[in-house]
Write a protein that binds this ligand. Structure first.
Ligand code: MLT
Ligand code: MN
Ligand code: ZN
Length: 304
């Protein structure tokens, strides 16, 4: 399986349009050693021709422009995106669907029922697309049963229900139901390799740790270094935990969890612009690297 990181940033991207935190100001002015990042999305392919888009970010136009394999130009209007999976109904994961409205047939879209509900009511992206070519919705079960996607031959997908938060416009914002957030376990039956992808992870439940520790590669929530990081920058009074993200540096945080796992290659994704690990010269980034954890970046390719 081929994996391409389209966007490694969290909501807002990096730098964020209105932000003058140390990182955003520094990367804008070229005084901080950090890579700019677009918002959270990856693409997966079994054959190099057909790509499954995981999450459709507001930055999708730039992301597709920068990835030639997904623009094969076989016809006057063309794309290599054959299906779209959306792991939660947040703005950074769903807004790109509106940019994709010019598709010449309905999109094959895979989401849980909870995400479909939010994306037809509170943030009715799917309803709006109904005025264009629409979507063929495939409901993802939340009982950890596996499914396949016809254009991803040999790949077996398993949705893993996660504890995080639902979007502000969801009726279950802080009272989540299974399916508001999923991680995805993707097993390639040809190579025998497995990827686990979870850009939003609030609680490290045992079943999630089990999938992660058995995977060959994990791409997991890298939003914040500390739970109160946004408050410390004077940006928000919200703790990361209230937004459904487990921090990296606390006891039992993402770094501790990943350190304890011997098998997978470990990457962070969905990194918020306030996170000090964005600065490649920071002590926090060095600490992460010493723990064997890598930071994914826009345009990163993996083969599993
Ligand atoms: C999140 O991951 O918590 C959300 O995407 C935040 C946002 O972009 O509004
Ligand atoms: Mn997000
Ligand atoms: Zn910032």
């Amino acid at each position: 399986m081929l994996v391409h990181v389209l966007g490694s940033g969290a909501g807002g991207g990096f730098p964020q349009w209105n932000c003058n935190c140390v990182n955003c100001k520094g990367v804008r002015e070229g005084t901080v050693n950090a890579l700019p990042r677009t918002q959270s999305s990856i693409a997966i392919s079994a054959n190099g021709d057909d790509w499954i888009l995981f999450n459709a970010s507001p930055d999708i136009k730039k992301q597709l422009d920068d990835f030639s394999a997904i623009q094969p130009a076989r016809h006057v209007r063309d794309t290599a995106i054959s299906a779209i999976v959306i792991t939660d109904a947040q703005i950074d994961h769903a807004t790109g669907m509106l940019t994709l409205r010019e598709h010449n047939k309905p999109w094959e879209v895979y989401t849980t029922k909870a995400v479909h509900d939010d994306l037809t009511t509170g943030f009715p992206v799917f309803s709006i697309l109904g005025h264009f070519r629409g979507i063929n919705h495939h409901e993802i079960a939340t009982d950890e049963s596996s499914f396949t996607i016809p254009t991803a031959p040999g790949l077996v997908f398993t949705a893993v229900p996660l504890k995080s938060e639902a979007p502000p416009y969801s009726p279950h914002r802080h009272n989540t139901v299974p399916g508001d957030n999923i991680g995805m376990n993707i097993h390639d039956t040809k190579t025998g390799k497995t990827l686990f992808y979870a850009p939003g992870l609030g609680v490290a439940e045992p079943h999630v740790l089990d999938y992660m520790s058995k995977a060959d590669c994990v791409l997991v929530d890298g939003t914040v270094w500390t739970d109160d990081e946004m408050a410390n920058e004077g940006i928000s009074d919200k703790r990361a935990q209230e937004m459904g993200h487990l921090d990296q540096s606390s006891k039992g945080g993402i770094m501790d969890i990943l350190k304890s796992m011997a098998k997978p290659r470990k990457f962070l994704i969905h990194i918020n612009n306030t996170n000090p690990i964005l600065n490649e010269d920071s002590p926090q980034r060095k600490q992460l690297e010493a723990a064997g954890i890598e930071v994914s970046f826009d345009g990163m390719d993996l083969e599993l």
